[in-house]
Design a protein around this ligand. Structure first.
Ligand SMILES: Cc1cc2nc3c(=O)[nH]c(=O)nc-3n(C[C@H](O)[C@H](O)[C@H](O)COP(=O)(O)O)c2cc1C
Length: 180
């Protein structure tokens, strides 16, 4: 659910959502996930930092109209959670893709917890996710972290649209080990 408004989750609910992330599958118990909460007046500061950095990066898509719509969208969102994977440089046992998957699973746990509590949530890699200046401003130096975007969390601003999902059978087969 992209379009959100207040009220955002109470602190106890935020605690529960983030605690749910700690149960993600995690090979080697590396705990690679990192979260940065952004709320209140900090959301306006994030908008300034991200929009300015995206413009400076030369991204022509940040037109005045786009800037206006991004600022309006962000102003309605009560809570952003910036998401990152800490790269375990000294680890030789667990491939980095597994650390990334563990972090993705942790983020999914937050999404599921938020939705179970009746909030709307949306994973976005807008807001300068791939711009180094933004990554650094959020404390995720790309030498040590993969910045994975943001969760926006709040009260759904409209009815949650019913989405037609594909039939899982199109994506699934059964391996029997018997040659065809
Ligand atoms: C890593 C990641 C980044 C995403 N970034 C964006 C984004 O920047 N903008 C966007 O419209 N959707 C983005 N999405 C997709 C939305 O989070 C969401 O999955 C999509 O709107 C479909 O939602 P629905 O299946 O509930 O309708 C991203 C999804 C993932 C997993």
């Amino acid at each position: 659910m992209k379009f959100l408004r207040g009220p955002g989750p109470r602190q106890e609910e935020v605690d529960q959502m983030l605690q749910a992330a700690m149960s993600a599958p995690d090979h080697g118990a590396l705990r690679p996930w990192r979260f940065q909460l952004i709320r209140g007046e900090a959301i306006g500061r994030l908008a300034d930092v991200a929009i300015d950095a995206v413009k400076r990066s030369g991204d022509k898509r940040m037109t005045p109209e786009k800037e206006k719509s991004v600022r309006e969208w962000m102003a309605g969102v009560p809570l952003f959670v910036a998401l990152a994977q800490k790269i375990a440089h000294d680890n030789t046992k667990i491939p980095e893709q597994e650390q990334l998957l563990a972090t993705g699973a942790a983020v999914m746990n937050i999404l599921n917890a938020a939705h179970m509590m009746g909030y709307g949530a949306f994973w976005s890699t807008g807001l300068g996710t791939y711009v180094e200046e933004v990554q650094e401003a959020l404390g995720f130096d790309p030498l040590d972290y993969r910045f994975l975007g943001y969760l926006a969390i709040g009260t759904p601003a409209c009815a949650v649209p019913a989405v037609q999902r594909p039939d899982y059978r199109e994506f699934t087969s059964e391996w029997t080990g018997v040659p065809a």
